[in-house]
Design a protein. Structure first.
Length: 81
């Protein structure tokens, strides 16, 4: 029956808001930590993992849904750097 079905509209709104929230959090983490990012070293962490903010920043940027829109060519180009 229709009373037992998934409310598609509400689900889409919730999903969109969740993605927007995570994306905004990642953008805030990126902008607020840009000035204190050390020189790139693939053997070290970008953020200080002994602090909450460092761990949170790492997770927000790693879970950023905007990463899903990069093309395969863009990913290959970045990996080659």
């Amino acid at each position: 029956s229709s009373s037992e079905s998934v409310p598609i509209g509400t689900t889409l709104v919730a999903m969109t808001l969740a993605i927007a929230t995570v994306s905004a959090g990642a953008a805030i983490a990126e902008k607020s930590t840009a000035s204190m990012v050390p020189k790139f070293d693939p053997k070290q962490q970008r953020f200080d993992q002994s602090t909450f903010v460092g761990r949170l920043s790492k997770m927000l940027l790693g879970c950023d849904p905007s990463l899903l829109v990069y093309s395969g060519e863009e990913v290959k180009r970045c990996k080659a750097m």
